[in-house]
Structures are given as structure tokens and as C-alpha cells.
Design a protein around this ligand. Structure first.
Ligand code: PMP
Length: 409
């Protein structure tokens, strides 16, 4: 059911890039899982950060520095409220999801007991695999155990529960798969892990742009996400961590901002959250991020989710009319991502030709090679939707598929 008050044209008007043309054709941007486009309000705030506020944060008594610091700390309060964290001490700015997971694997991972086991899933992005392997390369006693999926791309929850034993010291999994779109039952998974005394990291990179996330309700130990996938600036992300863990964890990187006192006899570290924010942060991006949160909150994340779901359902139904169409990921609880292949057509060829028609989709392994191995394929074509996509764009995408498929078969 279309929503009466969802004015997609008004939303589109906020994104100058959407009026671009590709090879003379209107841009149809369906690569939102990789990164979403940015509204003018965010770009203006970045611009103002450079033109009006630029001064390093937390370092100066002068007005500019104080204003820049206030913008950054206002963002921290906004993020705290956005994800319902208990305090700003639990909100750490990073370069993105990837850095946040590296921070946890490196720092929290250094506290893992000898012979510890880490539970991951086969649908993880490389960002939630490789940091744990790097930890393992320093700590060969640690083991990684992997949860499998079923035929429709849901995690096998029995498998998950069966992997726990007395060595399990961490579980880390995505909230939403960037390939299959599966929304994992993370609350249930977190509660089970906690019943076994195991902390949990949730990779929320593909969840936060599409659904309400409440870390207090989820009770996760860590939750990570990137601004650039939620209409915000690139180069910044968030690590939410429970204070009790963050207090025990050693710093991840050393340098300015993260210290209380430095001498050659020894150094003491700053309070939370600064202990984990070594060096000059991307304070301009951080200062502009609240505009992206405003954009989402003005529409309402629930309305965005309903709109995207409608696009995905319509696209999925139309795609299945195409002979030879295979869609990977058919869980009932699915976010706005459709990964597919048609017959023997190579995903790369399909992506190249769709681009000639102005349709921007992603092709390849989507940084999820273990999942590709599990599915027995080398990659997929992936179309993904955001707040500004339209049913007309879905029609144009289907028409483009119908044009390119006969050429490639
Ligand atoms: N996890 C998931 C599920 C993702 O989709 C992505 C981005 N594709 C990442 C982690 C990594 O995010 P970033 O590159 O912004 O650090």
C-alpha cells in the first residue's frame, strides 16, 4: 500500500545527483547498499564545516575550536539518542563499520581467554571476518566457528546454538546481510549468547539505514555502523559499546586526544569515549552527520522502510517473470536488497550493459566471498533501494533487464 504522505518527488529534490544523466540516460541509482546518496543539507553542512567552523576539536580555548568541538559533541548526543544508547561515553566515532570492528577485535579480542572460540556466520561481510582472522594470526589458540544458512538465506539457528560451548568467548554477526537482505533475529541471538555468558557484536551497517535500532532493547555489547550508508558523509562511523566493556578494553591506537597525561615514564589515558579516538577525527563529517539523521527523522525510518519494502516486493515480483531469473535470499524478513543472476550471464557483463542504460547496480562478490563459496557462485548482480527510489525506476530497471538479457544470452 503506498503511503498517502510519502512524497518521493519532494525527497528526490533534496538530492542534486539524482538529476544526473549517465550516457544521456536518466540516472537510476540502485547501489544503495554500497553507499547511499547525500542530500544537499548534509553537503551544505560539510561545506559550512570547512568554510565557517574549521578548527581542531578539543584542543583550543579559541572560539572556532569551541564551536567545532560543540558540533562534534552535539553529533555524539544525537547518535546516542538515535540508537538509544545509555550515554555519550558509549558512542565512539570511527572511520566506519570496518574500523569499528577492527577496534573491537583488536582491543576486546586481546582480553579473550586462551583457547577461546568466536562465532561468526557465513553471510558476513569481509569487515566482520578478516579482523577476527587478524586477531587469530596473533593468537593461534583462538578458533573461529561459522553458522550456516538454509535454502532461503536465513541463518540456521539450531546450528548457531549448537556452536556454543565452554570456550565460546564472542559472537559477531550482521543485523542485515548486504547480499541476501536477510534480517537476522538478532534479539533472539543476543539473548541466547547472553544465556551462555557470551558477549555479542552486531554489524549494523545494513540495518541502521532501514530500521529503528535500539541498542538498549537489543542489549548487544557492541553495535557498529557507517554514516555513508545512511545519507551521511563518508569517512565516519560509530562504535557503540557497553561502558562496562569499554572501561576494561585497552586503547586501540595511541596518539593525541586519547591521553590524560604523557611522559616517558608512562602514559595515562583519557576518559571514555576519547580513549578510543586517537588523532584528529573527521570533525567536519561528524559535525554534518546530524543533518543526515534529520533527513531520516523528518521522513520517519518506519516510512522509509515501508517505501523500500514496496519497491523491493514490486521489483522481486516483476523480476521473477523473467525466464532464468534466480534471486539469492528469499527470507520472509528481508531488507531492500535483491541479489540475482539470470541463466549463465556473467554478473559483470550484466552490470556493464545496465550501466549503458543508466541503471547503476553492483556486481561481484560484494565483499562476501565465503557466502559466494557457500552459494556456489562467483558473484551476483545486486539492486538495492533507498528512500528516494521510485516505482517508475523499478519499471525502468525491469525494462533495462529485458533489453540486455537477450543480448547476453
Ligand atoms: N558490514 C556490512 C554488512 C556492510 O554492508 C559493509 C559495507 N558494504 C561493511 C560492513 C563495511 O562498511 P564500511 O566500508 O563503511 O566500513
Amino acid at each position: 500500500m503506498p503511503m498517502m504522505n510519502y512524497d518521493v518527488q519532494e525527497i528526490r529534490n533534496k538530492f542534486p545527483i539524482l538529476s544526473r544523466r549517465i550516457d544521456g540516460k536518466p540516472l537510476i541509482y540502485l547501489d544503495n547498499t554500497a553507499t547511499s546518496q547525500t542530500p544537499r543539507s548534509v553537503v551544505d553542512a560539510v561545506s559550512s564545516g570547512y568554510l565557517d567552523f574549521k578548527a581542531n576539536v578539543h584542543r583550543g580555548v579559541h572560539t572556532l575550536s569551541q564551536e567545532a568541538t560543540e558540533l562534534q559533541e552535539e553529533c555524539r548526543r544525537r547518535v546516542r539518542d538515535y540508537i538509544s544508547a545509555a550515554s555519550v561515553e558509549e558512542v565512539i566515532f570511527t572511520r566506519g563499520t570496518t574500523e569499528a570492528i577492527n577496534l573491537v577485535a583488536s582491543s576486546f579480542g586481546s582480553l579473550f581467554p586462551y583457547d577461546g572460540e568466536i562465532i561468526l556466520t557465513v553471510m558476513e561481510h569481509h569487515a566482520n571476518i578478516v579482523p577476527w582472522q587478524l586477531l587469530q594470526s596473533r593468537r593461534p589458540d583462538l578458533k573461529i566457528r561459522v553458522v550456516d544458512i538454509n535454502d532461503i538465506g536465513e541463518l540456521k539457528l539450531d546450528d548457531y546454538r549448537n556452536l556454543f560451548n565452554e570456550h565460546t568467548c564472542m559472537a559477531s554477526f550482521c543485523h542485515v546481510s548486504n547480499v541476501l537482505g536477510t534480517v537476522n533475529p538478532v534479539k533472539e541471538m543476543i539473548d541466547y549468547a547472553h544465556s551462555r555468558g557470551v558477549p555479542v557484536l552486531v554489524d549494523g551497517a545494513q540495518a541502521v539505514p532501514h530500521m529503528k535500532v535500539d541498542v538498549k532493547y537489543l542489549d548487544c555489547d557492541f553495535y557498529v555502523f557507517s554514516s555513508h550508508k545512511m545519507y551521511g558523509p563518508t569517512g565516519i562511523g560509530v562504535l557503540y559499546g557497553k561502558k562496562e566493556h569499554l572501561l576494561r578494553m585497552p586503547p586501540y591506537q595511541g596518539g593525541g586526544e586519547m591521553i590524560a597525561h604523557v611522559s616517558f615514564d608512562g602514559t595515562t589515558f583519557a576518559e571514555l569515549p576519547f580513549k578510543f579516538e586517537a588523532g584528529t577525527p573527521d570533525f567536519v563529517g561528524i559535525g554534518a552527520f546530524p543533518k543526515a539523521l534529520d533527513f531520516i527523522e523528518d521522513i520517519g525510518i518506519g516510512n522509509i522502510a515501508v517505501h523500500e519494502h514496496e519497491l523491493m516486493e514490486y521489483a522481486g515480483t516483476r523480476m521473477l517473470e523473467i525466464p532464468g531469473m534466480r534471486i539469492f535470499g528469499n527470507a520472509p524478513d528481508k531488507s531492500a536488497v535483491i541479489s540475482f543472476l539470470v541463466g549463465d550471464i556473467h554478473h559483470y557483463d550484466m552490470g556493464m550493459l545496465l550501466d549503458k542504460l543508466g541503471v547503476e547496480v553492483r556486481t561481484g562478490h560484494h565483499c562476501a566471498q565465503p557466502l559466494m563459496q557457500r552459494l556456489g557462485i562467483s558473484g551476483t548482480v545486486r539492486a538495492s533501494f533507498a528512500a528516494y527510489n521510485t516505482l517508475e525506476e523499478v519499471d525502468a530497471f525491469i525494462a533495462a533487464l529485458q533489453r540486455v538479457i537477450p543480448i547476453l544470452l
